[in-house]
Design a protein around this ligand. Structure first.
Ligand code: HEC
Ligand code: HEC
Length: 404
């Protein structure tokens, strides 16, 4: 009887242990336990681009080429579905910061157009970044391929490794980064799928993140949907309201500024990806970043001048694509404007005569030019800017947080 009880007791013990061990074992066995990835990969590599992103459908006076001429994808890093999938996981992984609290996505939030609603962003230990976070949508089409407001990163592949090593943002060394990545069960497989074997290097981390970011092309905003119905950006869109069409005209069609020079928004926010100025006059400028006259003088932030050491570049800043601008407040490199109304007021009456302004914002006599919009025009321009919001893209699962 005693033995029998002992036997039953041991059986129970084994049963309890087996049950307790079971979920533990599962966790060890499924490397993707923390992640929610699709069984068939999302399509990142073969984006179905509308004709106006592959050919220039502007009238000839708009002096830029078709957008694909400006694609900054290097030959050694084309986007693949596997590479961008790895990039997506890296982008959302908070473990990749000094105290495990901050991911790229903390400061590049999808619902804010992959930017940050805060004027300056909080890094891993609560310190603030020097500048306002930038949107990363349509980054593919910035022709010089240089990144940051001051263009200090030469390529996207180089840029994406810098936030990890930034003392305020993520606070790691590349060695520490590689160690943390190697310790996670899901990365070896993701690296193998993306690059053919499980080796984890900073070069591969940079490539995968760059692929994910380059796959973020906006083609489904209200603007894009209305644009499908016509074959030129400068005719009225049948499905736009009259206010939106008026705003679109104000954006694209040059008008006489207060200094007598003709200027338009599209002169600096170019193509239908609405990216920063393209190289119309190659060789003449050391950068395609420019000044929009925010300040009379540059004092605490010299912009591109800080990376080129050329005083002619002081006060020049790169501008990211205006897609999703309606959900990206606050605005400018220092987040000084809290609304689109303030931005439009700046162009209407507030442009400062900075020494590095270029035409049309300054004429040959050195006179600054304001757009001088009426109240109705300001309202129309803001209404147009809101059509650039691409909710479908910003809520697309393939760009969303894959962590459970
Ligand atoms: C703590 C906030 C923060 C984190 C974390 C962060 N960023 Fe940023 N990001 C910024 C700020 C601020 C800027 C602008 C900095 C500047 O220009 O000096 C920026 C700029 C960029 C740009 C330049 C866009 C352009 O058009 O030039 C890219 C790309 C980018 N970040 C990607 C990333 C990636 C990838 C990660 C993760 C590895 C990351 N960021 C992590 C705040 C952050
Ligand atoms: C001479 C070139 C130029 C012209 C003309 C111009 N912009 Fe800009 N725009 C810029 C630059 C450069 C920046 C970034 C400046 C900075 O942050 O220092 C910018 C920034 C912006 C931003 C904020 C972007 C962000 O990510 O915060 C908006 C919105 C904008 N411009 C709209 C317009 C509108 C609307 C017009 C026409 C009324 C216009 N721009 C005309 C060069 C120009």
């Amino acid at each position: 009887m005693k033995h029998f009880l002992l036997f039953i007791g041991s059986l129970l013990l084994i049963l309890v242990l087996a049950c307790a061990e079971d979920p533990l074992q599962q966790e060890v066995m499924d490397p993707f336990d923390e992640l929610h990835l699709p069984s068939t990969l999302f399509n990142y590599a073969n984006l179905d681009l509308p004709s106006y992103l592959t050919a220039n459908e502007f009238p000839p006076q708009f002096q830029f080429q078709s957008l694909i001429e400006y694609d900054n994808t290097p030959a050694n890093n084309p986007v693949s579905d596997e590479g961008a999938t790895l990039g997506r996981v890296l982008f959302y992984d908070k473990k990749l910061s000094a105290n495990g609290t901050v991911a790229c996505a903390s400061c590049h939030q999808a619902n804010h157009g992959f930017s940050d609603p805060n004027k300056l962003s909080e890094g891993f230990d609560g310190q603030l970044t020097r500048r306002h976070s930038m949107s990363i949508v349509n980054a593919t089409y910035y022709p010089t391929g240089r990144f940051f407001w001051d263009e200090r990163a030469e390529t996207l592949e180089q840029q994406v490794l810098l936030p990890f090593q930034d003392e305020i943002e993520m606070g790691l060394t590349l060695e520490e980064l590689i160690t943390i990545i190697s310790e996670q069960p899901y990365y070896p497989i993701l690296f193998e799928e993306a690059f053919g074997d499980q080796t984890i290097t900073s070069d591969r981390i940079g490539k995968a993140l760059a692929q994910f970011i380059r796959s973020m092309v906006s083609t489904t905003s209200v603007y894009d949907q209305a644009r499908q119905e016509v074959n030129s950006p400068v005719v009225d869109f049948p499905s736009f309201t009259s206010l939106q069409n008026q705003g679109k005209r104000l954006f694209f069609v040059p008008r006489s500024l207060t200094n007598g020079i003709n200027g338009n928004c599209a002169g600096c926010h170019q193509t239908e990806a609405f990216v920063g100025p393209l190289p119309n006059f190659p060789g003449q400028l050391s950068t395609f970043a420019t000044s929009n006259g925010l300040d009379l003088l540059s004092t605490n932030d010299l912009g591109v001048g800080e990376s080129t050491n050329n005083p002619n570049d002081n006060g020049k800043f790169k501008v990211p694509s205006l897609k999703n601008i309606g959900v990206r407040a606050p605005y400018m490199h220092d987040g000084r404007f809290t609304s689109l109304e303030e931005v439009v007021e700046h162009y209407s009456s507030g442009i400062q005569n900075h020494p590095n302004l270029i035409s049309p914002l300054v004429n040959d006599e050195g006179e600054v030019g304001q757009f001088n919009f009426t109240a109705a025009e300001k309202e129309a321009l803001v209404a147009f800017l809101h059509t650039l919001t691409d909710t479908e893209m910003l809520t697309d699962e393939k760009y969303s947080n894959p962590f459970k």
